[in-house]
Design a protein around this ligand. Structure first.
Ligand code: HEC
Length: 199
């Protein structure tokens, strides 16, 4: 009897759970808008608002310096945000905003989405612009009077911008043979296109 009741109770919970979790309900406009706020490398998606280097310095001291160091040098084992410029080709590349990041708009996107660590999506857009400006200034990429906004960030030239390939390297035209490989190259005797086999 108890076994039967337990089974029935379990079944009730299992059937009820999808409804509770909202599975199957269409996402609302607000839910989509909350997720759909990525910023692209060319600046598409940057929101209105702005922030100056000095404003960023104050927020940085309060919310970021404990982990990233007073000047972005990194505290303890936490990552540095400056330096490493000549290290990328070495055995121990130090990837920082100054040495590695190719675009400033995606720096904005990352900070807004992921920082402070464990508290992503808590900074306002103005705060994020100010922090982006400050970190760029710590790296000597912009000057102290820089104001970050949707127009200025896409125009910032990051030091390592040319360090990334725009296109992936060309793929091998012929798949690599794995076993029982021919010693001599194959000879083409007929082409499928000629027989009309290909669409
Ligand atoms: C509790 C520690 C902590 C705090 C506070 C913190 N960060 Fe971070 N931050 C990290 C860690 C750890 C990473 C590396 C995360 C990873 O690679 O997944 C990181 C990565 C970053 C990066 C990317 C670095 C790179 O070169 O890839 C940026 C930029 C950054 N943080 C900015 C900020 C800003 C701005 C703040 C303050 C609003 C902040 N962080 C606060 C720990 C922290």
């Amino acid at each position: 009897m108890w076994k039967w009741i337990e089974t029935a109770a379990l079944a009730a919970v299992l059937f009820a759970t999808p409804a509770l979790a909202g599975i199957g309900t269409p996402a609302t406009e607000a839910e989509i808008a909350a997720l759909d706020r990525d910023v692209r490398a060319d600046g598409a998606g940057l929101p209105p608002g702005k922030g100056a280097v000095e404003q960023g310095a104050a927020i940085y001291a309060e919310k970021c310096a404990a982990c990233h160091g007073e000047f972005g040098e990194g505290a303890g084992r936490m990552p540095a945000l400056i330096g490493g410029e000549d290290s990328l080709r070495g055995d121990r590349p130090r990837r920082t905003v100054g040495s590695f990041w190719p675009y400033a708009p995606t720096l904005f996107d990352y900070i807004r989405r992921a920082m402070p660590l464990g508290h992503g999506n808590t900074l306002s857009d103005d705060e994020t612009y100010a922090l982006t400006a400050h970190i760029l200034e710590l790296n000597g990429i912009v000057t102290g009077d820089f104001i970050a906004d949707m127009h200025t960030l896409p125009r910032v030239r990051m030091p390592n911008q040319a360090g990334f390939r725009r296109r992936p390297p060309p793929r091998r035209a012929v798949p690599r043979c794995m076993r029982q490989c021919r010693k001599t190259p194959a000879r083409i005797i007929r082409r499928a296109t000629r027989r009309g086999d290909e669409p």
